[in-house]
Structures are given as structure tokens and as C-alpha cells.
Write a protein that binds this ligand. Structure first.
Ligand code: GLN
Length: 250
């Protein structure tokens, strides 16, 4: 199952963040440590989204393994940002392998990633999907569970929901209609990282100036904390809060 990563802190190059560290996202594409629920490598594409200094988003997505994309390597050395969401993809069986299926899904404000799968998709989400504006359904980036989850979440955000609330409610609604789904979600607005654990791994590391969350630790080998299963994490460069998705705060 895919590996994803979010970073907030001093501006770094995409290469320093994603390609160069020990057990980088690049390495997690071909040699992940903790795949659960099927899949052995994350070779069905990758994506990187980042915030520009003016707060708008940009992204690079490709339906090839991260390690074969020499053009990305060139760009990654030069692009710098202090807020990044990136993912390498192992497509769920039956879902298309196209750039638009690779996280992060984005608009001008948000970057979103999903590590997991929705059971019984698409039928299981048909009722929930009826809430999404038809034009947004017709212009989904790809016909995948993750793209539909993004449309569902974005609708709530556009309607003004608090992002942590919106993420939490989405997990609750999807699990109610599609039990046994795997729902590690990751959302950023460039100042916060909001993430869930629902059957996949997630780690967090905060230093004096930066915070990173990742499916698997990379870079420094100290300071990483594993986020327990079925939790909501809300982090910025000052604070990391982890609360249970079913009970009170931890
Ligand atoms: N189900 C999603 C997809 O196919 C995410 C896959 C994953 O986490 N491995 O894109």
C-alpha cells in the first residue's frame, strides 16, 4: 500500500526531503519496510505537492516509478518549499495507473493523500458520492477511491468545515458504509498537517523548527514516534496532537 509523507518547516529542496535521506520516500518506493494489505513495491507512480511562498500550491505527478523519473530528479534539486506532501503509489487492483490517480490531490489551498483502499468501491461509496457536486464528480482526477475521497473531503472544506473535523467525519462515514476500509489520510493547508491512522503505519517527528509525518521513518534515526492505529493527528511546527478516532484525546 502506498507510502506518504508530509513536511512543514524551513524551506528545503525536494531532493533533500524526498530523494537523499536514508530510507527516503524514493527508497520506500522500491524497498518499503512495512507494507500491509497487499503489494510489495510502490511502482505505480508518485506525486509531490508543495506550497509556494505566496501560499498557493503546485504539484508534479507521474504514473511511473519514482526511481525512473530523471526529469523529476532535475526539478527536485531546484524546487524548495517549507510545506510539502508527497506519495509513492501501489495501485489497488482494478484501479487505473494514470498520473491523476497519484496523490497528492490538490486545489489552490489544499494537498491531500490517501494510503489504503475503500472496500466495495465504487458501490459502497455511491450514496456518499451523491453529496458531491455533479461537476466535481465529472472532473475527478481519476476513477479511484482516493480521488473520490478527496472530492468528498473537499466538498466539506468548501462548505467551511474545520479541516480536522472534516477528516474525522469522513473516516467515520466511510467506515460505516464500507467496513474494513483502510484509511490513512493526510491533508495540509500549508500550515498544518492533519492525518489519520486506520490500519496503516504512520510516524511523526518534530524538531525545534520542523515537523514531518511519514508512513515510514526517513533520515534521522532518532525522534520518530509511531502514531497508534485509529488516531487523528494534528500537527504544526509548534505542536503535535494525537487523539483517538473513537475515544477521547491521548
Ligand atoms: N486505493 C488507492 C489507489 O489505488 C491507494 C492505494 C494505496 O494506498 N496503495 O490509488
Amino acid at each position: 500500500m502506498c507510502r506518504h509523507l508530509g513536511y512543514l518547516g524551513p524551506a528545503v529542496s525536494l531532493a533533500e526531503l524526498l530523494l537523499e535521506p536514508d530510507h527516503s520516500l524514493l527508497e520506500q518506493a522500491w524497498a518499503p519496510d512495512d507494507m500491509r494489505g497487499g503489494g510489495t513495491v510502490n511502482a505505480d507512480g508518485f506525486g509531490v505537492g508543495w506550497y509556494r511562498p505566496d501560499g498557493s500550491t503546485a504539484s508534479y505527478r507521474a504514473a511511473v516509478p519514482m526511481w525512473v523519473d530523471g526529469s523529476f530528479r532535475q526539478v527536485a534539486a531546484d524546487v524548495r518549499s517549507g510545506a510539502v506532501v508527497a506519495a509513492v503509489r501501489s495501485a489497488t487492483v482494478g484501479m487505473p495507473v494514470v498520473p491523476g490517480a497519484c496523490a497528492p490531490f490538490t486545489d489552490d489551498t489544499w494537498l491531500f493523500s490517501h494510503n489504503g483502499r475503500v472496500t466495495g468501491w465504487p458501490d459502497s461509496l455511491a450514496k456518499l458520492a451523491a453529496r458531491v457536486e455533479v461537476v466535481d464528480l465529472l472532473t475527478l482526477d481519476a476513477s479511484t477511491d482516493s480521488a473520490l475521497l478527496w472530492a468528498l473531503l473537499r466538498q466539506r472544506l468548501v462548505e467551511g468545515a474545520e479541516p480536522d473535523q472534516a477528516v474525522q467525519e469522513l473516516v467515520g462515514e466511510v467506515v460505516a458504509t464500507a467496513p474494513d476500509s483502510r484509511l490513512n489520510l493526510l491533508l495540509s493547508d500549508g500550515t498544518r498537517l492533519i492525518a489519520t491512522t486506520w490500519t496503516h503505519s504512520l510516524w511523526v517527528r518534530r524538531t525545534e523548527t520542523a515537523v514531518a509525518v511519514a508512513s515510514e521513518p526517513f533520515g534521522a534515526d532518532t525522534g520518530w514516534m509511531e502514531v497508534p492505529d485509529r488516531c487523528l493527528l494534528v500537527a504544526d511546527t509548534e505542536n503535535v496532537q494525537v487523539s483517538s478516532l473513537s475515544e477521547g484525546e491521548r
